[in-house]
Ligand binder design. Structure first.
Ligand code: G4P
Length: 292
């Protein structure tokens, strides 16, 4: 049975509400930090953000770069540079490259800052906010930015449509960060993008068939990273040519995952495979290539 990735899409009412909220917040800031997932830089972005930004500058952050293939990440960064999109690869969890964000923002805004200074607004604070789809690391980034400025752990709420008064955290010298991130919705035209989101855990597993998803992930890994798969699951070269179903069974047996009657527990193995991929245990793997 083919997966119904349309179930991942948000309802129009939620989208309209989220859009209104984000546009309202964008109007209060000088620059937007747009987060995407370095493993799926295409599918984890919402192209509608561009129209919401209007002329507002943005810095694109490829988060979870610790889980992505560094060679592919470098390719993506060159690609974005060629499209004149300022981008940085970061890891909000460990804090890698977080220190480069504020100088990067200042550089993007250099002309505006000069214009403010000409108008006598010397030392005006730069206001920024974070936007991205669910689970991309918005709260982790806000916390990392706050930690970097000595605020400690920020309490971040991340629910679309929740209205409350905005607070600003002063981070770094001359930067104010909006406490509430803009929650974008998943937007994909191609079911393969829906699948990519599901592989990374960006959507709730309860709405998808995880066994089928794991088979598709295996198929993808056999193409993208067969060596990492053999290393992790002690597979032989011959086993790599098995069907995905048989391969999952082999992995289950090798891990001692047995169901009743000593058959391989492939349902449990499917969840384990997805978990291990998402946690980076199979290795640093980028699912979307620039060239695709
Ligand atoms: P959101 O606000 O955009 O919804 O995302 P959030 O920060 O809650 O992050 C979602 C998950 O992704 C969290 O894992 C978080 O730790 C993880 N994460 C965020 N940034 C990075 C990163 O750069 N690298 C890695 N490897 N993981 C990252 P979780 O399992 O939901 O929670 P926990 O592990 O923090 O307990």
């Amino acid at each position: 049975m083919a997966q119904e990735y349309s179930k991942i899409q948000w309802f129009p009412g939620h989208m309209a509400k989220a859009r209104r909220k984000i546009e309202e917040s964008i109007s209060k800031v000088d620059l937007v930090l747009e987060l995407c997932d370095a493993r799926i830089p295409r599918s984890s972005r919402n192209p509608m953000l561009r129209s919401m930004l209007r002329s507002k500058p943005r810095l694109l952050l490829l988060n979870k770069s610790d889980l992505a293939d560094p060679v592919q990440t470098a390719r993506w960064l060159s690609y974005f540079e060629s499209k004149r999109v300022s981008a940085l690869a970061i890891d909000a969890k460990s804090g890698k490259n977080i220190k480069k964000i504020l100088p990067g923002a200042r550089e993007i805004l250099s002309e505006r800052i000069a214009a403010w200074e000409n108008r006598g607004m010397v030392g005006r604070s730069i206001r920024i906010m974070v936007v991205g789809i669910p689970n991309v690391g918005k709260s982790a980034l806000i916390n990392a930015l706050c930690r970097g400025s000595g605020i400690g752990k920020a309490e971040v709420r991340d629910q679309p449509g929740v209205t409350r008064e905005n607070r600003w955290f002063t981070i770094g010298k001359g930067f104010d960060l909006l406490d509430t991130p803009g929650v974008l919705w998943h937007k994909f035209d191609d079911p393969r993008q829906g699948e990519a989101l599901a592989f990374t855990g960006a959507v709730n597993d309860e709405i998808i068939d995880t066994y089928e998803l794991a088979l598709h992930l295996l198929k993808k890994l056999l193409i993208l990273a067969p060596g990492k798969l053999t290393d992790r699951y002690k597979l032989s070269q011959e086993e790599l040519s098995l069907s995905e179903e048989a391969l999952l069974e082999t992995i289950a047996l090798r891990r001692g995952m047995l169901a009743s009657g000593a058959a391989a527990d492939t349902e449990r193995c499917a969840l384990m495979l997805l978990d291990e991929f998402r946690g980076g245990k199979i290795g640093q793997i980028t699912l979307e290539q620039v060239e695709e």
